[in-house]
Design a protein. Structure first.
Length: 54
């Protein structure tokens, strides 16, 4: 396989993985919100997770 074919393969791999990563992020957010609703996680903790101080 030439360089070009390999590059194309990498590109499709990335394009297939990105949407999945976004979905996972959404799922994490939803589960986090559910935890907050259940009162297992305080609002402050949720905010810290959502916006980690840099």
């Amino acid at each position: 396989m030439g360089k070009h074919g390999l590059k194309r393969q990498m590109k499709t791999q990335v394009e297939e993985t990105l949407p999945r990563l976004k979905d996972r992020k959404k799922e994490e957010k939803l589960t986090r919100l559910k935890k907050v609703e259940c009162g297992k996680l305080s609002i402050m903790e949720a905010l810290k997770l959502e916006f980690p101080s840099t």
